[in-house]
Design a protein around this ligand. Sequence first.
Ligand SMILES: C[S@@+](CC[C@H](N)C(=O)[O-])C[C@H]1O[C@@H](n2cnc3c(N)ncnc32)[C@H](O)[C@@H]1O
Length: 378
Amino acid sequence: MPTLPGHLDYYTQYGINPVRYDTSDPRLHFERRASLYRTLGITPLTIRGSRVLEVAPGTGQNSLYLANQRPKNLTLVEPNPAGQRDIAAVYANARDVVLPEVLACRLEEFEPEEPFDLVVCENWLGDSVHERGLLRKLGGMVADGGLLVVTAVSPVGVLPNLLRRALSNRLAPPDEPFVKRTATLSRAFGPHLQTVGGMTRNATDWVHDNMLNPAYLGVILTVPMVIEDLGASFDVLGSSPRFAPDWRWFKSLCGINRDFNQHLLAEYHGALHNFLDHRTQLPARDAIRNAYLEAGALAVAESLRLWEAGEGDGELVEIAVRKLIAGIADLPTTYRSALDEFLDAFAEPRLTPETVASMSHFGTLFGRETLYLSFEKR
Ligand SMILES: C[S@@+](CC[C@H](N)C(=O)[O-])C[C@H]1O[C@@H](n2cnc3c(N)ncnc32)[C@H](O)[C@@H]1O
């Protein structure tokens, strides 16, 4: 597998921090964060008086919610200079918060003297050997009985955006200037993004962080990978979205049945198809068919990696998509219509941003891409 550059090299190369949230209504921003933590089983009481660490906080906007819950202390580790400037600006205007200690270093260099009660790291660590090592390092910073919040990426959920990335390679090839590529892709995908309710990122940041970020194809850290890396010392507590219902009687949850990680994994495999379209929620599906779907999505990702590394071409993507389509005949026909529309556009010799912008089936297809997981340290 080709080695991909990291987020940090790319952000510092262009002096960007493309992860700004719409916080024009601070109350709504805090409500979103409170809902996320609540779904993960973390209420304000858990945060109050705790030692809290957030690694890779980006703009720091999300950390404000933690700071507002009156933790004992809050440490932020952010190596991107543009991010550090944003964090300073966010806290300069903040009221009723515990001011954080901001460390301008990478997680690689961070060696805290004592563990933390709550550690948060969202939307950063991917599936490279190096980053999976950092995930385990992060786990080592959590106190016994403490909590860890991390994100995983669903291969099925990321599929629609992988296909947008394939269209991007046609519309705005890497030899064009960064500013021109940004403008072209914002025109193409801005209308797609407008169809997503609850979107808090602007089109420019989304294009920078997903379509033009060379690290994007390395973000597919799956739920099973996270459990593999952390499962020896952590029990999963919650997930957002909550894809793993648990109908078992609590009195049976003792001895070997207290394996929350295995339960989550079993539910995950039966729910994979539900990550493809954020608008739909279907009954559980046969795990073998779903494994085929996930393998198909990973094959699309791999075909893109090869293409972008100059070791393949767009035809590999097309072949992988056709193979995936063959395995979803039992799923809603809207999925197939969207993927067929993608194939038509992808085959278009003179594809324009306007054609992409007006795709009526594919344009509204966004997956449940990012999954949050909370863990309790044994
Ligand atoms: C996609 S952004 C996510 C930012 C924020 N967590 C969010 O969800 O908005 C990735 C973040 O990882 C940070 N990052 C990249 N490499 C890092 C490293 N080696 N150590 C710590 N943070 C890193 C970047 O600077 C950036 O803030």
